[in-house]
Design a protein around this ligand. Sequence first.
Ligand code: F3S
Length: 81
Amino acid sequence: AKFTIVDKDTCIACGACGTSAPDIFDYDFEGVAHNIIDDNSGTVEVPEELIEDLEDAFEGCPTESIRVSEESFEGDPNKFK
Ligand code: F3S
């Protein structure tokens, strides 16, 4: 299982993640990204068919703001840092 969450404090609204993984990430009015699956809490497993998109987004983020873990983030992007 994979969980994901965006660290909104470091996201620079570059817009890459929503292109790589449009079923996982969207942006607020300022362009800052969030995980649409679980309201950016990192608590709901990313569906298997979206894992490849997730990996693309993870690798493509220039600020490492997309966090991926095999455990729930429970709302905290820095839980495993
Ligand atoms: Fe932000 Fe990274 Fe996406 S900077 S818009 S989380 S690719």
